[in-house]
Every structure is written in structure tokens, then in C-alpha cells.
Design a protein around this ligand. Structure first.
Ligand code: MN
Length: 602
């Protein structure tokens, strides 16, 4: 008895997303497509939220144009994308008409297989996307966002798979975004899924903890049909098991993939050279990191938190935040940690530790979550916390998108003549700010992709300055030591200059504006808060909105400002009742902890 195992290569999407901050350009994909198309992959993963975002934000490529070019260059291979259910490629719930329009256009432009997931595993958030994919005559893959918790039992995952089967899905994927799967747990889960439902089972597992290849082997032995791999030069660590390795492992067995190892070697060598071109985006956090098996915190989340804590001069509190994350997750009913719930949980944990008191500050996203705005929590949420966060407001128990009116007409009107096609309208819908900016720059003929730095010669120290000019520094800020390497300087555009730095091995991009704008912004001129009527903030961030005017009367506890830090919005309240005497901030201002932002006279 033999059973062919089918392979999806992630090289054009998740592999470079996991290793190179999603920066691979279409020009580096097209020359190898002829060979990729001859391999006989079941599919190539080519598109998702991060690839779309990076195209528009950094590469100044039209993501739809990329898709059409790949479609033309890969006529014999299914093209696959990752879709965040009702969130599509964005961070909020879209109305059903946007979901239908997006899926229809993705299908027309070349996507054959839609892997659809919801961060809460709330299948109500998958329904419209699944229906739209089936209406387009394409493959709808229902996804289990894998995590571990007391409520994430094999029975719960099987029940979810059965629901997705009943909703019309063509296959089931186990999406282990964090690298939490272990080999025997994988075997048991796959065995149960195969026994209780009839769809093919795909395994998508990151090798973060060094276990993914073993997990795939146990999955295959227990009946899994498909595996996700990455060509070896973009494999392992936070990426996926190497394609050539898995093909070799199964070769000659009853599970032979039938793929040509010689051809795969040629592709691997091609991408080996491509990876070097993107050296400035390589981080030191892409190798195997077993911590995820202890604290369940995905690698990407750890490096984000490390950066945020460094900004606060509080890197020594990392272990406290790592310990707080599981507690916040439990309070919220154990959501899987994947976009956007990873940011929601991580930021709240960060606030809880740095404020010195749990839930002293509650982000707007946690409020929305506790209201049911992202869907149903997998477990039971802490009722006391929910009441503290939302007061007497109602909890939503319907599908969040049921409360949304159709949006396409308004989106078309908002973007106007900048959109030359329905695809352009959808680009704007996914990313309102950077999408609009992209369309404006395209209209003006000023699209400028970020600069790729020359490949350093072997053994040479990359030097951004002239002979003898130092580009490596060790600096000390508030007792924390950092190693800073200047890796490049970009062109000056719109009065801003982009610097590429590496801070303790993590690539960073810093945009400098002319000095006089900083002074004009006045952030350094604000006085330090000293009285109860001085409204201030505990986190550095930006002002999203000022909710009061001079002369307004406010109640104690009334929200007067909305600030944003780490992509999360927070309301800032007045501690006392009184009159607004002075406002020292405006929308868009950068603010620092302790500054007087608004003065209230009691
Ligand atoms: Mn992934």
C-alpha cells in the first residue's frame, strides 16, 4: 500500500515572511518560476496579509500585479493564499460585501486555494469567505489555528473541523504558527481528524522549536495527506521544514512525494543567492528557539516585546511580561496567539507589568475583545474584568460582521479617482493609510522602493561610512547596553531620510525628519505632570484623538484623549472632575510618559 504525500512550498510567502520580514521582490521570484512550475508541487503559497502589506508599504509593488505575473509564470501549479476570514488581509472585521468582492478578485487574478483562518477559531467568521471561495469555483481550506490550553482539546479541534466540513470546505489545515506542536500530539490530533471527518488534512508547522519535521512525519504516519515545506535555503528555524529534506525523508517509502530532488537542488541554489540580497532584513531571531515550548509565546512575539521593552529601558522585565502573557490569555478565555490576538494579549500583558498594576490601563482592543467584537472566545472570559472594561455596555453575541453595513460603495467614493480598478479599491480597503499613499504615489509617478544594500563581501565588515569612520557602536541608555550597527542610509524623500540599523542583531529602520520639525512639534517643551488635574500617560506613543475642547466640563474618569502605542489604542481619563483649562497636544503628536497633555481645573 502506498500513499503519495502532497507538498505545498511556502517559498514565495511564509518562508520569506518568517526569515526576511516579507521583503522578497517579484523580480527575484519570476526567474525561477519556470523550474518551480516543473516540480509538481500540489501548490505554491504566494499571497497573504504580510506579502500584500510589504508590497504596498516597502516594495512599492502592486500586490495584484505580482499575483497576475506569478499566475502567468506558473501555469501548471495551484497558487495558494492565506486569508484571515472576515478580517481578510487587514486587522478589523470587514462587511460581507467587501469579503465577497475581495475573494472574487483574488480568484480572478489567480488564487486557486484559499487557506482561511480565524484568530479565535470562531467558525462564524469563516462562513462568508468559504461561501465566496466556493462561488468562485475555488478550493476552500478550513483552518484550525493550533494552540494549547485547557479548552483546546482534540475533541474541540475535531468538532471545529466537522463544522468546517459541513460549511463546504474542501480540506482542513492544522496551522501551527508558533511551533507548539509536538510529534506525538500531532499524531493523535491527525488520527482523530482522519477518523471523524472525511477531508484531506494539511500540516503547516513552523520549526521554531526544532520539532516540525518530526511532527510532519508523525502526522503522515497517522494519515495526513499534505505537508507545507520551504525550499532548504529558506527553511528551518522560524520557517518550515526543508522541502528537499522532507522529499528525501519520504523517498522510497510508502509516502514518497514523487518530487525530483535534482530539480529541487537547482531551485535551492537559486534562492541561496537571492537570500543574500536581503541580508539587511535578516535577524538573529530566526534560528531554533525552544522557549515557545515552555511559555507558549511565539518567537515573533518575543522579539517584538523585546523591542518595546528596550524602548522603555525595561528589558530586565522581559521575564515578568512572559509570565503575564499566559495570565492575560487565561483572563481572555485562551485565544490562540496569532494576528491580531497576539498583539492584543502581548500589549495588555506589557501594560499590566509596566503600570505596576494589572488592568490599570485596558487597551481599546481588549475592551472590544471582551465585548465580543472579535467573535466568541474559545474559553470563559473573566467576568469581573469584562465588567471593569466595558461597564454597562452590551456584549455582542452575534457574528461581529452582522453588525456592519455594506462598505464597498463608501470605499469607492472615499478613494475616488485614485482607484483605477476594483482591485485598487480593495488595496485601499485593506490598508487605508498606506494603501492610499501607494495609490497617490503611483498617480504622481513617484513610487520609490526601499533601497537594497550591496551584499557585503565575504570577511569584510560592512561600512556605511568612509574609510576609518565607525559604523558600530555600543551605547548605554538608562543602564541597558545596546550594540548598534549602522547598516545603510537610504535616499532622502519627502524631507525624511531612512537609516537602516541593527540593534542587538535586530534590523531596524529609522526615519529621521529635519531637526526643526522635532523642535516645532514641541514634545520636549511639555512640562512634567505634578497635580491630579494634569492628564498624562504612562507610555510613549502618539495622540490618536483629543476628545475634549478648552472650556469643556469633564467628570472624574471621563476619557479625554486616545493614545496609540504598539498599534494598540488606549483611552486616557481625567482623574478629577472640572473644566478643561489647557490642551497641549493635537492629533498625531508624539508624547512621552509624565508630560502634561491636558490641564483640568477642579
Ligand atoms: Mn505560517
Amino acid at each position: 500500500m502506498s500513499k503519495k504525500i502532497f507538498v505545498t512550498d511556502t517559498i514565495l510567502r511564509d518562508a520569506h515572511q518568517s526569515l526576511l520580514a516579507t521583503r522578497m521582490r517579484t523580480d527575484d521570484m519570476l526567474p525561477i518560476c519556470d523550474k518551480l512550475d516543473k516540480v509538481g508541487y500540489w501548490s505554491l503559497e504566494v499571497w497573504g496579509g504580510a506579502t500584500f502589506d510589504a508590497c504596498v508599504r516597502f516594495l512599492k509593488e502592486d500586490p495584484w500585479e505580482r499575483l497576475r505575473k506569478l499566475r502567468a509564470a506558473l501555469p501548471n501549479t495551484r497558487l495558494q493564499m492565506l486569508l484571515r476570514g472576515q478580517n481578510l488581509l487587514g486587522y478589523r472585521h470587514y462587511s460581507d460585501d467587501v469579503v465577497k468582492a475581495f475573494v472574487a478578485k483574488a480568484a480572478v487574478n489567480g488564487i486557486d486555494v484559499f487557506r482561511i483562518f480565524d484568530a479565535m477559531n470562531d467558525v462564524r467568521n469563516l462562513r462568508v469567505a468559504i461561501e465566496a471561495v466556493k462561488a468562485a469555483g475555488k478550493h476552500a481550506q478550513g483552518t484550525i489555528a493550533y494552540t494549547t490550553s485547557p479548552v483546546h482539546t482534540i475533541e474541540a479541534f475535531v468538532a471545529q473541523a466537522k463544522q468546517m466540513e459541513a460549511m463546504g470546505c474542501d480540506s482542513i489545515a492544522i496551522k501551527d504558527m508558533a511551533g507548539l506542536l509536538t510529534p506525538y500530539a500531532t499524531g493523535e490530533l491527525v488520527k482523530a481528524l482522519k477518523a471523524e471527518q472525511s477531508l484531506p488534512v494539511f500540516i503547516h508547522s513552523h520549526d521554531t522549536a526544532g520539532l516540525a519535521a518530526m511532527c510532519q512525519l508523525k502526522a503522515i504516519e497517522n494519515g495526513a495527506d499534505h505537508i507545507d515545506t520551504a525550499i532548504s535555503s529558506f527553511a528551518w528555524g522560524t520557517s518550515h521544514p526543508g522541502t528537499e529534506s522532507m522529499v528525501a525523508a519520504l523517498k522510497g517509502s510508502e509516502f514518497d512525494t514523487g518530487l525530483d530532488l535534482q530539480l529541487l537542488q537547482e531551485i535551492g541554489l537559486y534562492f541561496y543567492a537571492v537570500r543574500k540580497k536581503y541580508h539587511q532584513f535578516e535577524s538573529e531571531f530566526t534560528a531554533v528557539d525552544t522557549r515557545v515550548q515552555v511559555n507558549q509565546v511565539p518567537g515573533g512575539m518575543i522579539s517584538n516585546l523585546a523591542n518595546q521593552l528596550k524602548e522603555q529601558g525595561a528589558l530586565n522585565r522581559m521575564n515578568e511580561v512572559l509570565a503575564e502573557i499566559p495570565r492575560v490569555r487565561e483572563d481572555l478565555g485562551f485565544p490562540p496567539l496569532v494576528t491580531p490576538t497576539s498583539q492584543i494579549v502581548g500589549t495588555q500583558a506589557f501594560f499590566n507589568v509596566l503600570a505596576g498594576e494589572r488592568y490599570k490601563t485596558i487597551t481599546n482592543e481588549v475592551k472590544l475583545y471582551l465585548q465580543g467584537g472579535y467573535g466568541k472566545a474559545p474559553g470563559v472570559v473573566d467576568e469581573k474584568l469584562r465588567r471593569q472594561a466595558i461597564g454597562s455596555e452590551d456584549v455582542i453575541d452575534v457574528r461581529p460582521a452582522d453588525l456592519l453595513k455594506p462598505e464597498m460603495t463608501k470605499l469607492r467614493a472615499d478613494i475616488g479617482s485614485l482607484a483605477k480598478s476594483e482591485e485598487d479599491v480593495l488595496t485601499f480597503a485593506m490598508f487605508p493609510d498606506i494603501g492610499r499613499k501607494f495609490l497617490e504615489e503611483r498617480e504622481a509617478g513617484s513610487l520609490t522602493p526601499e533601497v537594497l544594500l550591496p551584499i557585503p563581501e565575504a570577511g569584510a565588515v560592512a561600512s556605511a561610512g568612509g574609510e576609518g569612520v565607525p559604523t558600530e557602536f555600543v551605547i548605554d541608555v538608562h543602564g541597558e547596553t545596546y550594540r548598534v550597527d549602522i547598516t545603510g542610509v537610504g535616499v532622502k524623500a519627502e524631507g525624511k531620510r531612512h537609516f537602516y540599523l541593527s540593534i542587538d542583531g535586530m534590523p531596524e529602520e529609522v526615519v529621521f525628519e529635519p531637526l526643526n520639525e522635532f523642535v516645532g512639534g514641541g514634545s520636549s517643551k511639555r512640562k512634567q505632570a505634578s497635580e491630579p488635574g494634569h492628564v498624562s500617560t504612562t507610555m510613549p506613543g502618539n495622540i490618536v484623538d483629543v476628545l475634549v475642547k478648552q472650556g469643556d466640563t469633564v467628570k472624574a474618569g471621563q476619557a479625554v484623549l486616545i493614545t496609540e502605542a504598539m498599534k494598540m489604542e488606549t483611552e486616557v481619563q481625567s482623574a478629577i472632575a472640572g473644566k478643561v483649562a489647557a490642551i497641549h497636544v493635537a492629533k498625531g503628536d508624539r508624547v512621552n510618559p509624565g508630560e502634561i497633555l491636558i490641564e483640568i481645573e477642579g
